[in-house]
Design a binder for this molecule. Structure first.
Ligand code: APR
Length: 245
């Protein structure tokens, strides 16, 4: 199965990567679901929704401060570097990610669609136009406020109940419907409309390689290869990437 997957990647003429929180697990970021999932301890409605941010900005910003600090020293693991190596081999490798940690770009991938936004910046809740790089210092004394209008700032991620960025999501579906291979890495495939992207690829005739230690909602079938391995370990094998020592 591993050899077949490596062959599919080698032979693919227009592969697309689709990733979720499990892609960053071996860089030290927690996933949302599964054994140590964040949503086991915290409520997404309270912490990752517009209503929650308006009702209790202090709690929500404490949460993002915690995640930002957790993400400050996080670096891409070899699985990320393997994708950059594949991008060099293919000359082009679109990456559709649900993650907001910026690690695909940090590892050198150049065509990254962050369909759930990014934790790297914050903007004015009242949309007055202010935006800034998001660092923990910005809000060590409580929720950051807009210097221009005094409203609280919000992280530039898609909160529950908000629409995904229209251009990014439509391009993501176009890529899914035209690729010949989608490598689906570290996602429980449960949060729509993002979760529909691998299904769109499969329905359009693409082959799917799924990398996830546990089974997900993705259907089984002769065009789906499910590799029950960790992304950081198996991506270097599948792509032939060797860490430069
Ligand atoms: N390598 C590959 N996959 C892994 C690894 C690993 N080392 N460790 C865990 N996983 C898998 C888990 O088995 C799980 O299926 O990663 C998946 C992570 O699933 P979720 O935590 O649900 O993350 P994700 O699918 O990205 O969630 C989608 O939900 O809460 C929202 O906005 C949030 O973008 C997120 C969205």
């Amino acid at each position: 199965m591993i050899n077949r997957a490596a062959e599919l990647i080698r032979e693919s003429s227009n592969p697309v990567i689709f990733s979720g929180a499990g892609m960053s697990r071996e860089s030290g970021m927690r996933t949302f679901r599964g054994e140590e999932g964040l949503w086991k301890e915290y409520s997404p409605e309270q912490l990752s929704s517009i209503a929650g941010l308006r009702e209790n900005p202090g709690l929500v910003w404490d949460w993002y401060r915690m995640r930002l600090i957790a993400g400050e020293n996080v670096v891409p693991h070899p699985g990320y570097h393997a994708l950059t190596y594949l991008q060099e081999q293919k000359g082009y490798l679109p990456v559709i990610t649900q993650n907001v940690d910026g690690l695909h770009r940090l590892a050198g991938q150049t065509d990254v669609m962050e369909i759930h936004g990014s934790m790297r910046t914050a903007s004015c809740m009242d949309k007055c136009g202010f935006s800034a790089q998001l660092t923990a210092e910005l809000f060590h004394t409580g929720p950051p406020v807009c210097p221009d209008c005094g409203a609280i700032l919000r992280p530039d991620i898609v909160l529950f109940g908000e629409p995904l960025p229209p251009k990014v999501i439509s391009r993501s579906y176009e890529l899914a419907e035209s690729c010949d291979l989608m490598v689906v890495i570290g996602t429980s495939v449960q949060v729509w409309p993002a979760a529909g992207i691998p299904f769109a690829a499969l329905e359009s005739g693409a082959a799917i390689i799924e990398i996830n230690p546990v089974q997900t909602e993705l259907p089984r079938g002769d065009r789906v290869i499910s590799i029950r391995e960790k992304a950081g370990e198996i991506l270097p094998v599948l792509t032939g990437f060797k860490e430069r020592t």
